[in-house]
Design a protein around this ligand. Structure first.
Ligand code: MG
Length: 291
């Protein structure tokens, strides 16, 4: 199922996106609550009650409602640095990576983005929030954790995945370099567009086969299969949960492939008037204008 958070004017609700451009309001019928976090926490039972309620749920046209970020997790959005080989090379060559010891890290580089950076599909990425004027895009697959846990083995990790969404890990490059730790450069308000929906894990046979593509003003910038990840999803979940107790609804952005703005010489930063679109097969397109 493609689950989304939408607002028809009566507050946020959880909906199921249909192939015909409709969204079924399952908050009203399935008794799953009004937030995606509640749906994730309800687990398989919650999904079963959504499926059962689908035919009797009120339908809206998706273009007549406001689509929101699909989930607001409890914890900061977790994210992974240098997790595609070609991007590791371009990041290293750019001189912006203050964390670098080795171009290809021995262990995943994990940082977080503040919850206050999350915005919806269609919301503006506000470059005035970045005092350095070096705002850049990073198209990424994000994993939504279902059942939480501590010390999850890689072999068991996929059973903890609720679903997948798309994130643009917008980054203030000069701040990322200047503060060594990535948090400030990754957390400006509006710098975490997310959506348009969460596709439940059962819809994907092999998420690795999906391709991620990013365009700026329609110009292709990033294009890679998810299988190019250096550290795959089970490895990331094992590494993070070795110390961190993962909670239902936690979001892990898995890293970006090559083709970001600092891969150009000279770097090409986002400018007001640009439009960034990040698409992943089977999930959809996250489109955000830049102001
Ligand atoms: Mg990133």
């Amino acid at each position: 199922m493609k689950l989304m958070t939408f607002d028809d004017g009566a507050g946020p609700r959880v909906g199921v996106l249909g192939p015909d451009g409709t969204v079924a309001d399952v908050s009203a019928t399935a008794g799953v609550g009004e937030t995606m976090l509640e749906v994730v926490e309800a687990g398989e039972e919650g999904l079963a009650s959504i499926r059962a309620a689908l035919t009797s749920s009120p339908l809206h046209r998706v273009d007549s409602v406001r689509v929101r970020a699909p989930i607001m997790p409890r914890n900061n959005v977790m994210a992974v640095g240098r997790n595609y080989h070609d991007h590791a090379k371009e990041f290293s060559a750019s001189g912006f990576d203050a964390s670098e010891k080795k171009m290809i890290p021995d262990h995943p580089i994990i940082f977080t983005k503040a919850l206050s950076s999350i915005v919806a599909p269609g919301d503006a990425i506000d470059t005035s929030m970045d005092p350095s004027g070096t705002s850049d895009y990073e198209g990424e697959l994000a994993v939504v954790i279902g059942t939480g846990g501590h010390r999850i083995a890689a072999a068991d990790a996929m059973a903890h995945v609720f679903g997948y969404t798309v994130i643009n890990d917008v980054t203030a490059r000069a701040l990322q370099a200047q503060h060594v730790q990535f948090f400030i450069g990754k957390s400006a308000a509006t710098f975490c567009p997310m959506g348009p929906c969460i596709v439940t894990a059962d819809e994907f046979g092999d998420i690795g086969a999906a391709r991620l593509r990013t365009t700026v003003n329609g110009e292709p910038r990033q294009d890679a299969p998810i299988s190019d990840l250096i550290f795959d999803i089970p490895t990331l979940i094992e590494a993070i949960s070795a110390a961190v107790r993962l909670q239902p609804g936690d979001v892990i952005a898995t890293g970006t492939p090559s083709g970001v703005g600092i891969g150009f010489d000279p770097p090409v930063y986002l400018q007001p008037g640009d439009v960034v679109e990040v698409s992943i097969d089977g999930i959809g397109t996250l489109r955000n204008p830049v102001v």
